[in-house]
Design a binder for this molecule. Sequence first.
Ligand code: SAH
Length: 277
Amino acid sequence: MSALHEPLRFDARALLAAERPAKVTLVGAGPGDPELLTLKAARALREAQVVLYDHLVGCEVLDFVPKQAHRIYVGKQSGCHTLSQEAIIELMLRLAHSGRPVLRLKGGDPFIFGRGGEEAQALAQAGVPFEVIPGISAAQGVAASAGIPLTHRDHACTLVMTTGHLRGEGDARTLDLDWALLARPRQTVVIYMGVATLPVICEQLIRHGLAPDTPAAVVERATRPDQRTVDGTLETLPALARIHEVKAPALIVIGAVAQLHAVLAPAAAHAAACCNV
Ligand code: SAH
């Protein structure tokens, strides 16, 4: 007799679920504006049953999720983590093994500074089926909404994306990036999670050969109604960001393309929120 016909000895649903874990979908929520969701992400959100979502996911994106679905906030902000990364992975695996399809919703793109790679590895290792739905990353959101093309034939033929985040509680001066690589000419450098370490980043890039008057901008809350752009140069940007109290989430763009903000920023946003030098 099959396990399904022995209700007294087996919880058949649990058994089936354990044999065949449900699917986990890692979904990129984009940089904030809900209209920047892909069609595929919007469909997955509308069909979701359990959603584990991060700090940077906008509420309007969550509005796509059906009312009856479970929404579980697992956000991590610098110095304030609801759950550790290990605990998030464990929760995701537990839910999948209990037979509930999980939608893991992350800001921007899951595979760009979103630890989606680690989550996908854990799923693969545990034999849990998964799918990744890409999202528009903050760099692309910033490029369009602040008028800063990331590459440009006249200015930059290489794009480097890096993080200014310090592991642990270290002093910003211990930020250990490949400064020589970042200071190469005709290149755009985009820095995620770099507000706290901006002075060190600018100082090191000048020390490694970039001109102090290299254009540089920081774009806060890109694609959201309260987006702000502060632009200056490697020399002036740290002080300007401090004066204007720039806060995360913000992206730093360094290189000649940053000066195009002044001419390409959508006119209304420019007038309302730009703080030029
Ligand atoms: N996976 C995300 C990045 C997560 S790391 C992506 O692909 O965009 C978080 C960092 O992304 C923030 O500290 C900030 O540097 C950047 N970021 C995310 N959303 C942003 C936004 N709307 N405007 C500016 N920067 C943003």
